[in-house]
Design a protein around this ligand. Structure first.
Ligand code: CTP
Length: 398
């Protein structure tokens, strides 16, 4: 339910705008008020009258409207909402947002606000895949903008692929998750996830088999309990969760920097499989078999992010959770690792190939804390994530 929540709905100019009319109804059914803002291009697809009639509210359109400014200036309009939803978020709108442009009412509202923003992109598949859009997406995710969709399917332009706007009920679910009043509401939690890639030269790197599945499930579970999640991820196999701030990194050093930038947080969960070493003096040109002969690689140690954060004298998160991927003597190794790293909890698991855990969908963990070891039965990574998120909520409440 969204009782008494206020949603500012920015409707961009794309064919998917017709779904935004239904979205208005669905949001209103759940008890929220919707104030629609139409871009000029949106008016080519839906009329201000339909949006206003469905919302039961005035529709805002032009930036320099004297009556609107007298009644409620654009700054006030952008800040009085609990959430700004941009649906459809066109390629043009995403470009403006990422670039910080403010040349119409919608883009000005987005620049002037400190209210969380949720985007539901919709565009042609080629436009979605275009490097410019993907770059803008990453920038916006880093800026804290949340995303729902796009979905894959047949498109109005006759092509097939990702680019369809999420269905109104999916967008409503993302809005509800965003405004959830769970036990972690008001808590900011950092999650690291996925492998890191350590370059050898511009085309080769050293990596590991982490898929990012467990970290992704955790971020999703924490967000569902109402936490504001900053998700710092290496190049993972699974897509990042929707509705959280995503920071993409490649190397351990970049992950370390991104973690610093995310602090302060109430809890840090370090699920990433961080490479312990990087190649010292990685080549900035491709190593050639004919010219360079057999390469010999020298390694340097990477920053130990978990250890560093655990030992922070100032700004240490109230709860620091590490993971221990072990192939033998799991309990002993993980207990020693908890002491060595200085974290509060260690989630230990056996990643020897026979378990099928690394890269698989299940996990069997032992949670090690100051009060001892708690063995959990083997279960799906989503279930492990839910249980751990619940435990984190209890710890932060206590
Ligand atoms: N970790 C980290 N930074 C690193 C290495 C590891 O933050 N440079 C974190 C991982 O995210 C994980 C925990 O430390 O939460 C343990 O990672 P693991 O690779 O199992 O530990 P190592 O430090 O590599 O210890 P060992 O080599 O003894 O297994």
């Amino acid at each position: 339910m969204l009782a008494s929540k206020r949603i500012l709905l920015i409707i961009g100019g794309g064919i998917a705008a017709y779904k935004s009319l239904d979205l208005i109804r669905r949001i209103k059914e759940r008890g929220a008020t919707v104030t629609p803002v139409l871009t000029r291009a949106a008016e080519e697809f839906v009329t201000p009258l339909s949006a206003s009639a469905l919302a039961g509210e005035k529709v805002y359109r032009a930036l320099f409207d004297l009556t609107d400014e007298a009644e409620m200036g654009h700054i006030q309009l952008s800040r009085s909402a609990d959430l700004i939803v941009v649906a459809p978020a066109t390629a043009d709108m995403m470009g403006k947002m990422a670039g910080g442009l403010a040349n119409d009412l919608a883009s000005t509202l987005l620049m002037a606000t400190d209210t969380p923003v949720l985007c539901a992109p919709a565009m042609n598949v080629r436009m979605w895949d275009h490097p410019a859009t993907q770059r803008n997406l990453e920038q916006l995710q880093e800026d804290g903008v949340r995303f729902v969709g796009p979905n894959e399917g047949d498109m109005a332009c006759g092509e097939y692929g990702p680019g369809r706007m999420s269905e109104p009920l999916e967008i409503v679910a993302a809005i509800e998750a965003q405004l959830a009043d769970g036990p972690l509401k008001g808590k900011r939690i950092l999650v690291t996830s996925g492998p890191t890639h350590e370059p050898i030269d511009p085309v080769r790197y050293i990596a590991n088999r982490s898929s990012g599945a467990q970290g992704t499930a955790l971020a999703r579970a924490l967000s569902a309990l109402g936490a504001e999640v900053v998700f710092v991820t290496g190049p993972a196999d699974v897509p990042p969760p929707q509705g959280v701030q995503v920071v993409h990194v490649e190397t351990a050093q970049q992950m370390s920097n991104a973690v610093d930038a995310a602090l302060p947080v109430d809890a840090g969960v370090f699920a990433a499989a961080v490479a312990d070493w990087h190649v010292a003096g990685a080549s900035d040109r491709k190593l050639k078999k004919s010219r360079d002969g057999l390469p010999s690689l020298a390694f340097s140690e990477n920053p130990d992010i978990l250890k560093r954060v655990s030992h922070m004298e100032q700004g240490r998160p109230a709860l620091v959770v590490g993971f221990a991927a072990e192939t033998n003597d799991v309990l002993e190794n993980a207990t020693a690792k908890r002491d060595r790293k200085g974290c509060d909890w260690i989630v230990a698991n056996d990643v020897s190939p026979a378990t099928g855990i690394m890269g698989g969908s299940e996990n069997a963990v032992v949670l090690i804390s100051s009060s001892g070891a708690e063995e959990w039965p083997r279960m799906g990574k989503d279930a492990v994530a839910d249980r751990l998120a619940q435990k984190i909520a209890e710890a932060l409440a206590g």
